[in-house]
Design a protein around this ligand. Structure first.
Ligand code: CTP
Length: 412
């Protein structure tokens, strides 16, 4: 595969432990036919030797703003690049780039380029979650910089959490997407897909609600994957996008914002009428206050007794009125007996597939960037999808859906 043939890619490597993974990224970019110019920060060389990149890349490593042969290397690099990729990007590089400070060759190149920029953050969770870093990332996203990752997982020093560099394969795939090259799948072209995402909010009073931990990330990953494969997608969701650090919403995706289970039920039923595939990834509250207060409940009035009633089961009613040929996918968020509970939901709700996960498992479920699921099909097949990014989980499930549709078409 040489999908990046002829593309000049500046590979910026900054000083974090994940710098060693940049070697693999460099090799993969070279394998795809790219012309790779490594630019290392001083910090990067504490983690990985420049000789390694010298040996692997198309050109020797550059580090200095004041080169002997080229008096202005950063403008040369910036102007001639098809893409500037920074992997790993430390909090310092992200901050300098967001603030327009060019203290070394890498940050100067970032500011001097008009080429698309892909930034792959990697740092400890505390740093990643610091408001300064979050603000800088949000600034870069607003300016059109592509942010890839980070993922959650094991970090330096044995800690666990968000901040791990995305995998080299995902990063190279992201570069291909940004440059609009590479293999494009269009196996969902012409299909209409409805996805629900996020947790519903059932009001107690004007300021309080019953909610849950769902972030909407898995639902949006389905939406983006289906849109990327050519489908026209409607997301019925309680979250505008999965957090300030999430990906921007792809073109081909229409977002319908709702809050409550009732609103989600109405919007989903409407969108699902003409849909080929419906994916109920939302975490719908099962109960809601019967009579939400019109004004804020006051402490001085004592602990309120809130009477609850069931919400509509959206998946079950979609299952009961499913048009012929439509594929209906439900989820099962479980904390124990995952396969048995999921099988009961598959049968009870009239779904074609249930995507089940143990929400207490490490790095899976609510708010994580990764997931690990069991997919149960109504014909008895069970597929296990090991820990991977939510986008890859979406890809695996949609692969089943496409194969299923192809199978049905062949039978006819
Ligand atoms: N679901 C729904 N409407 C509800 C509750 C759940 O459409 N009122 C859907 C979810 O979107 C998911 C599936 O049903 O696709 C299973 O949701 P889950 O929360 O795992 O199970 P519940 O049906 O709520 O059952 P329980 O909470 O008892 O496990």
């Amino acid at each position: 595969m040489t999908s990046l043939a002829g593309k000049r890619i500046v590979l910026g490597v900054s000083g974090g432990i994940a710098a060693y993974k940049a070697v693999e990224i460099c090799r993969r970019l070279m394998d795809e036919g790219a012309h790779v110019i490594p630019v290392l920060t001083k910090g990067a060389t504490r983690f990985v030797g420049r000789t390694t990149f010298d040996a692997l890349a198309s050109e020797r490593v550059q580090m200095s703003l004041f080169d002997e042969d080229d008096p202005i290397p950063h403008t040369t690099l910036g102007q001639t690049a098809d893409c500037v990729l920074v992997a790993p990007a430390t909090a310092r590089v992200i901050g300098a780039y967001a603030a327009g400070i060019s203290s070394d060759l890498l940050t100067a190149t970032l500011i001097a380029t008009r080429a698309p920029v892909v930034v792959c953050p990697a740092m400890h969770t505390e740093m990643w979650e610091h408001p300064a870093v979050a603000d800088n990332i949000a600034t870069l996203v607003e300016r059109g910089v592509h942010i890839v990752g980070p993922e959650s997982g094991r970090l330096a020093g044995g800690d666990e959490g968000a901040g791990r560099l995305s995998s080299p394969a995902d990063i190279v795939a992201a570069v291909s997407r940004v440059l609009d090259v590479g293999e494009k799948r269009s196996d969902m072209a012409g299909l209409s897909v409805v996805v629900t995402a996020g947790g519903t909010r059932e009001p107690i009073d004007p300021v309080r609600y019953i909610g849950n931990h769902s972030s909407g990330k898995q639902g949006y990953a389905f939406a983006e994957e289906a849109a990327g494969r050519g489908a026209s997608v409607t997301v019925v969701t309680t979250v505008d996008r999965p957090g300030p650090l999430g990906a921007t919403v792809a073109s081909g995706v229409t977002v319908v914002r709702v809050d409550t289970a009732e609103e989600m039920a109405a919007a989903t039923a409407d969108a699902a009428k003409e849909a080929d595939v419906v994916i109920m990834a939302a975490a719908v509250a099962d109960f809601r206050p019967v009579d939400p207060a019109g004004v804020k409940l006051k402490k001085r009035d004592g602990v309120p007794a809130i009477e609850l009633e069931p919400t509509p089961d959206i998946l079950a009613s979609l299952g009961a009125s499913k048009p012929e040929g439509q594929i209906l996918i439900g989820f099962a968020a479980e904390t124990c007996d995952v396969a048995d509970n999921a099988a009961a939901k598959l049968n009870g709700k009239g779904a074609d597939y249930i995507v089940a996960n143990d929400v207490t498992a490490e790095n899976a479920g609510f708010a994580h960037d990764t997931n690990e699921v069991l997919v149960l099909a109504s014909d008895g097949r069970v597929h296990s999808v090991g820990l991977r990014s939510k986008r890859q989980v979406a890809q695996a499930v949609l692969d089943l859906v496409v194969a299923d549709r192809d199978g049905r078409a062949n039978v006819r």
